[in-house]
Write a protein that binds this ligand. Sequence first.
Ligand SMILES: Nc1ncnc2c1ncn2[C@@H]1O[C@H](COP(=O)(O)OP(=O)(O)OP(=O)(O)O)[C@@H](O)[C@H]1O
Ligand SMILES: [Mg+2]
Ligand SMILES: [Zn+2]
Length: 332
Amino acid sequence: MNSIYRQSLTNLFEISGKMEPSLENVLEQKSLKWIFVGGKGGVGKTTTSCSLAVQLARVRDKVLLLSTDPAHNLSDAFDQKFGKDPTLVNGFTNLYAMEIDPTARVEEFVQEQGSDGPMGSIMKELSVNIPGIDEAMNFSLVMKLVKSMDYSVIVFDTAPTGHTLRFLSFPDALDKGLKKLLGFAPLMSQMSGMFGASLNQQDIFSRMKEMRDTVVEVNNQFKDPEKTTFICVCIAEFLSLYENERMIQELFSFDIDVHNVVVNQLLFPKDDSCAHCSARRAMQQKYLTQIDKLYEDFHVVKMPLLTKEVRGVEEIKNFSKMLIEPYRPNSQ
Ligand SMILES: Nc1ncnc2c1ncn2[C@@H]1O[C@H](COP(=O)(O)OP(=O)(O)OP(=O)(O)O)[C@@H](O)[C@H]1O
Ligand SMILES: [Mg+2]
Ligand SMILES: [Zn+2]
């Protein structure tokens, strides 16, 4: 890890003594607008993001939980169907959830414009010629939509690592792409001939500019640690830790703040009677020691592996308390 980053992080949070092993800091930081929850597949991202959103609903006005994972599981976690529009979570008055399809918005947008119209044609043309631009445009459309709603804070339940990092690189990619494109604007009127439609150059120009403005603004917000933070979820195993560290380094390279790590699915056997549990516990302890050292300037939250899955509002509520009040196996 780049020691300069670590140093500035340390200064930033004016660490005095040990970091609390709790996500309380996230609840206290009322300036936060965007909270990403990410990590390797299956470690507990959805469980953690749902739990955090439940806790945030206690202290913030209006909370949106948004899944950008194509394999949505907010519905499974809460045992309630969610779709592409924000829906109130059962039992809450200020917690909403929505699941967005990472490709649908561009399709919708093209349809809206009329797929035979000039804008639709140009979008289609662009997505063929600039790989990934459709995903990036989708991102900007989603951000525009979410920004237009009056949520105090938005929690992202993200897809496993690789996808999320690409997602976070979109603002930069799209900004560059659109900048280039705007330079081509004069050519657009000629392109209209190609699509056999009369093209309002000014209209396209302003749509592109509008899109770019959203992207620039969102990008600036994501890079502002007052507004945005990323919460890493991992388990105490080699591969997960390895991926966690790689992810943190990439987040730093995107200038995205990260100072919380949730270590999930930890075993706390009551005694040594089970060789299996004791052995796994010993392995987890080894990695926990490394985690404590590697992330000494992070809030490291340790969550127990429960005997059953975390499903439904009540179970998520119970789980969420342990994100705030550190779990003590002996008090159970
Ligand atoms: N600490 C825990 N104790 C018991 N079960 C857990 C715990 N954490 C997560 N689970 C369960 O493990 C499963 C996977 O968790 P979750 O869906 O939160 O992971 P994920 O990282 O979002 O997975 P994916 O990468 O597939 O999106 C779920 O059934 C969840 O209820
Ligand atoms: Mg998930
Ligand atoms: Zn056992």
